[in-house]
Design a protein around this ligand. Structure first.
Ligand code: PLP
Ligand code: COI
Length: 362
């Protein structure tokens, strides 16, 4: 893919950038540039370009604003101690976007072009990848958000004939304000995230829109995040609004839900491999809410954690529902901490990348 580049004449100055990278939070600040590629049935993907970051001007009749035909990805670029910049399994994000796009009747961007596009933006905006070697700098990275949307100006309901793919980037610190502290969960029994034949396995905005009212309920109940059950029986644990779940058992076994309607997390898949390498038996299977409640009560379940690109690995504390609660872990458990460490050590280049997961960009 041919990508043209127009550099900004007004990059964020060094002092302001240092301030932003010192405390980026999550999703607050955006780099100097953005990448765009257009698609039409006649021309295919074309006009790939990097330009100064700026608001888009779009027609009010753009299909995405009405029918939500869009997909997105979440990934990160990490700076290693020698200054080099790397992404983590980018071809897995590329393949997942292809699967999501298929489900949303969007055109598929070739995975090689997806990786090239992400690399090109990171290279241009490489000074935005935080340095994490300074003492107390923490695990900062540059969060990357590729996305694709129906940009055709048309109100009929059918797959759009003009589609836009973009990549933007945002420096990121901890996703949760408290850092690596257990998050409390609210079990919604009213709302579900995904049904059979629906789009639960796709990374598309509609899934997040439908999660928000349940997330609001969680906050009102004094919890950090909401946990969803399967839509059919309301019995099996699926995932959180933006993270997959793991249940560590007394004998070291780790169970993670598999239902066909969850988002297939790349962190999830990587942790399955890492945990097996660390000697854990990992089971991917249906996991009922009763197994959760009873397992914590009996001591059979010793730790619970959630994972995702944005939140990395986060310990899970109390589970609350309408009429009950199972208690809270006050701190991250031993297995949670070890899995988290193993993962971030590979991502930040502090441990050998035995699985060949890292992709050098700069
Ligand atoms: N589940 C949902 C609903 C998500 O939004 C995410 C975040 O991307 C995940 C799981 C974790 O996926 P990944 O590990 O690929 O970031
Ligand atoms: C991610 O972890 O990349 C996510 O997409 C979760 C959330 C920020 C949407």
């Amino acid at each position: 893919m041919q990508i043209s580049t127009t550099l900004t004449s007004t990059p964020v100055d060094d002092a302001r950038l240092a301030g932003i990278l010192g405390d980026p939070g999550f999703g607050n600040f955006f780099t100097d540039h953005m990448l765009t590629v257009e698609w039409t049935p006649e021309a295919g993907w074309h006009d790939a370009r990097i330009e100064p970051y700026a608001p888009l001007s779009i027609d009010p009749a753009s299909a995405v604003l009405h029918y939500a035909q869009e997909t997105f990805e979440g990934m990160k670029a990490y700076r290693h101690a020698d200054g080099s910049v790397w992404s983590f399994r980018p071809e897995e994000n590329a393949k997942r976007m292809a699967r999501s796009s298929h489900r949303l009747a969007l055109p598929v961007l070739d995975p090689a072009d997806f990786v090239q596009a992400v690399d090109a933006l990171v290279e241009v905006d490489q000074r935005w990848v935080p340095d994490t070697t300074a003492p107390g700098a923490g695990e900062k990275s540059l969060y990357l958000r590729p996305f694709m949307f129906a940009s055709e100006v048309f109100l009929g309901v059918r797959p759009a004939q003009h589609v836009t793919f973009m990549v933007i980037a945002s420096p990121a610190g901890a996703y949760f304000k408290g850092g690596v502290k257990p998050v409390s969960l609210w079990l919604t029994e009213e709302y579900t995230r995904a049904g059979r034949g629906g789009m639960g396995a796709a990374k598309t905005g509609g899934n997040y829109a439908s999660s928000l009212v349940a997330q609001q309920e969680a906050i009102a109940q004094g919890c950090d995040q909401v946990v969803f059950l399967d839509a059919q029986e309301g019995r099996y644990v699926e995932e959180l609004g933006g993270m997959n779940l793991y249940f560590v058992h007394r004998d070291g076994r780790i169970v993670t839900p598999a239902t066909g309607t969850i988002l297939e997390g790349i962190t999830r898949a990587s942790i399955i491999e890492l945990a097996r390498e660390m000697g854990h038996v990992v089971e991917e299977r249906r996991f009922s809410i009763d197994e959760w409640r009873e397992g914590v009560a009996s001591g059979e379940i010793t730790e619970i954690f959630a994972c995702g690109t944005a939140a990395v690995v986060t310990p899970v504390g109390a589970l609350k529902w309408d009429g009950g609660e199972v208690p809270c872990a006050a701190e991250a458990g031993e297995v949670t901490t070890a899995v988290r460490q193993a993962l971030v050590d590979v991502q930040f280049g502090r441990a050998e990348d035995t699985f060949g997961w890292m992709h050098r960009i700069v």
